[in-house]
Design a protein around this ligand. Sequence first.
Ligand code: ADE
Length: 345
Amino acid sequence: MAKDRIISRDSHPLDAPVEAESAGVMRPSSLGDYIGQPELKERLTIALDAARQRSDPMEHTLLHGPPGLGKTTLAHIIANEMGTRAYVTSGPALTKGGDLVGTLTRMQPGDILFIDEIHRLPAAVEEYVYPAMEDFKIDFTLDSGIHAKVITYNLKPFTLIGATTRAGLLTGALRSRFGLSHRIDYYQQDELVEILARALGRLGIEGVPTEAIDEIARRSRGTPRIGLRLMRRVRDFAQVRHNGKLTPEVVMEALALEGVDDAGLDKLDRTYLSTLIRVYQGGPAGLEAIAATMGEDPGTLEDVVEPYLLQIGFMARTRQGRQITPEGRNWVSEASKGDSKLFDG
Ligand code: ADE
């Protein structure tokens, strides 16, 4: 299952206890501690300073970009910097307008309402959100028909932070109500190394050679959440098999066991590439056809497998369909020479 992949960018259900338990130690709590995204940090610093000087809440902010890059972390940082609280929910968790009333009416001035996957907010809830964002008011309808009664609640000025992996799916009306909108990009190798090194430090794991951290970062697909997850698997492996010694060799051994290769690809990515080559002569081939051959869901391939393969230039999307690139073909051929088991069914 794609969701169970160790390199999945989605927050994994199994990570929940770990993330909850270590969120406080693992997450940066101020913008100064946040690594990467320099333009975003600068824009947020200005918006935060200006808001604090005026004693206003910060402007409503939309963060968009691939999963795992720190959108939720930023919402917590903003609340911390404002000295307020963050209330966290998600588009699919809110089914009717009333679902937000409790939280919105409880929020204090400057508090943050973070809505993840805001592109999946049902239309009925979106209707509630507009006046809340614009006038800090919500109209709640009690009963229906001739007995219907509208109660207007005045809210304390708050900040909505919306996060989405699919900014294009937001309605224009919602998008236009955000004062700030910023795309979060993939992280550079040196930024990932720094994030992982700090996380190791926070876990009290000292003396790990830079080359070992480099190896983990290289397989992290530019994504801190993936890097931190791989790091935990490597830590377990080193602890159980190598007396806690974390060397580049141990990293490679641990991640080979997890099926993550040196390009950061896992079994599903490799099956996608080898299917494209073996069955479709490298393409162009339709997504539905590739998915049917693999016995996978086309949406999963599109959302979970293709973005990274496109990013590293191993495949292209053309008008005629999906196509392997010379780099992708080369990599498959080199990798299968090196380790034929990588491509075993
Ligand atoms: N942990 C996860 N993402 C981070 C980031 N961008 N900076 C610092 N620590 C992090």
